[in-house]
Write a protein that binds this ligand. Structure first.
Ligand code: MG
Length: 203
């Protein structure tokens, strides 16, 4: 894997080992159909997914309303004042995502969709080779993302979930809960597992 720009030049929370696993997962299925990411933020994971799809003749759609999740809002742990748009009086990560894709030369491989994943899901019809759930970690949002998007994973396609922490002391529960739901559904089997990244294969 050779990323066009350094992963740590992009703000984000994906660890390099998780990124390498995400790249390998996407690279293995890219030719089967498009990949879709929920939660673009500044584009660090889109950099890995996009590079995999560039190398594997695929395409990535990355969905985000770009106003930040709960933890990115002022007063919260992961608030970044550099991402604050004073005129909008809101977090706005879209210009940074666009800058990431431009710098990486991935604008023709990664297509940002600006909006709420649950609204996009209403109109989505294309089978996906990979769905990466890395949006809001609130219980409501995580379960909704799982409910609305896992049916779009094609047979032999991959469902990838970030921030899965089996031990509650390490992080929030909802990503772990949807990972367990996917396994319990009988529709997915365990694939790769790197740090907090879980890869599930559609049976
Ligand atoms: Mg994450």
């Amino acid at each position: 894997m050779k990323l066009p720009i350094a992963a740590d030049s992009v703000k984000g929370f994906l660890d390099p080992a998780e990124g390498a696993a995400l790249y390998a997962a996407a690279r293995s299925v890219a030719a089967l159909g498009p990949c879709l990411e929920i939660g673009s933020y500044c584009g660090r994971s889109a950099l890995y997914l996009g590079t995999a799809c560039r190398d594997g003749a695929g395409h990535v759609f990355t969905v985000d309303h770009h106003s930040g999740s709960e933890e990115h809002q002022p007063g919260w742990d992961f608030h970044d004042p550099a991402l604050w748009d004073p005129e909008a009086n809101a977090v706005d990560t879209l210009p940074v995502l666009r800058d990431t894709l431009r710098r990486a030369g991935l604008e023709d491989v990664v297509t940002p969709i600006v909006g709420r994943a649950e609204i996009v899901a209403r109109y989505w019809r294309t089978p996906l080779s990979l769905v990466f759930i890395d949006g809001s970690h609130s219980g409501e949002a995580a379960h909704r993302d799982y409910d609305l998007w896992h049916p779009h994973v094609m047979q032999a396609g991959l469902l990838v979930i970030h921030d899965v922490f089996p031990d509650p002391a390490d992080g929030g529960r909802p990503p772990f809960e949807i990972y367990v739901r996917a396994l319990d559904s009988g529709r997915f089997e365990q694939g790769g597992l790197v740090k907090s990244l879980r890869i599930l294969k559609r049976i």
